[in-house]
Write a protein that binds this ligand. Sequence first.
Ligand code: GDP
Length: 375
Amino acid sequence: MFPGTEEAGNPNSNSFVNPEQAGYVGFANLPNQVHRKSVKKGFEFTLMVVGESGLGKSTLVNSLFLTDLYPERHIPLASEKITQTVKIDASTVEIEERGVKLRLTVVDTPGFGDSLNSTDCFKPVIRYIDEQFERYLQDESGLNRRHIIDNRVHCCFYFINPSGHGLKPLDVAFMKAVHHKVNIVPVLAKADTLTKLEVQNLKRRIMDQIEDYGIKIYPLPDCDSDEDEDYKEQCRQLKNAVPFAVVGANSIIEVKGRKVRGRMYPWGVVEVENPEHCDFIKLRTMLITHMQDLQEVTQETHYENYRAENLANGGSPAGKASRGQSDGLSQRERELLQKEDELRKMQEKLARMQAEMDSKRPEVQPNGNIKTHNV
Ligand code: GDP
């Protein structure tokens, strides 16, 4: 043997030897590496919120991330809403907690469900989702693949009106049109307007409808059998809570010496972060603990669907959606939506007629005289 040959191939080979733990390769540290890399790079996450206006979407988002994402929001008047088309508002904030950065984009869809023609209201939403896939696809096949910004929509909170008796045709149609494009998490809005029993019944009804209509919501992943019991219990509770019954509030109220985020009523305070009062904490836990899974499902299922569709068409499905051909609805669902539109139009007409009649009705003056309007 020649002196020094052991070292010749790898001058630093000694630094990789662990004399104390022979046979220990060290890949147990891989998760830490992945973790360190993601921490350095920061997480990118896009959350979309969809639902009729006034259901508390912006309040909930602000409560979830403890930031004011919409400082200069314009709330439309009822008259503006009738003709309003759906806008897509994307706001990005960078949140840092204990050195971990999160670049969070929240995509709001003001005007959804407001317009008389609800059949069209989710097309801009579909187009937005597709455009983000398209952009990612372009970036991925381009030269600068290492620095792609991922703006794909990783999760969509769909807000369900608590005053209905379950899902409306618009809810069903929208969810069916996007369930193969995005992870849908159904949310029962303003749960403080319902009793505990009403929440339970409405949740059950919504889940039955989701199953009956074949809507595919985000499947919370199953726990492995070797996970610890606390984690298993948490997963079970999160799964059982769907659709998450939430309450949002932007005010901090003092209750028995504690400062809580809540809504004050004459009979007491509804605490947003109290699991006895609503599922807000469960929703936030779900989002944080499953953030990576939501990203993986987006990449492996929804983005792959898009890519496959793109390849099959030899072009861009984003363009197709914008031309209004791909709403993913069956004939029956389209008819139901049309009926709902007609009903709305009739209600509008009735309300206008009523208002007109009211304005022409003789008014009784406080002194007993009757004043008549010129007709
Ligand atoms: P958006 O149009 O869906 O974004 O709804 P907003 O967040 O602007 O809320 C509309 C109104 O509902 C505001 O007056 C809020 O204070 C109120 N609101 C928001 N969240 C809740 C809730 O959980 N319960 C109740 N009762 N009211 C809420």
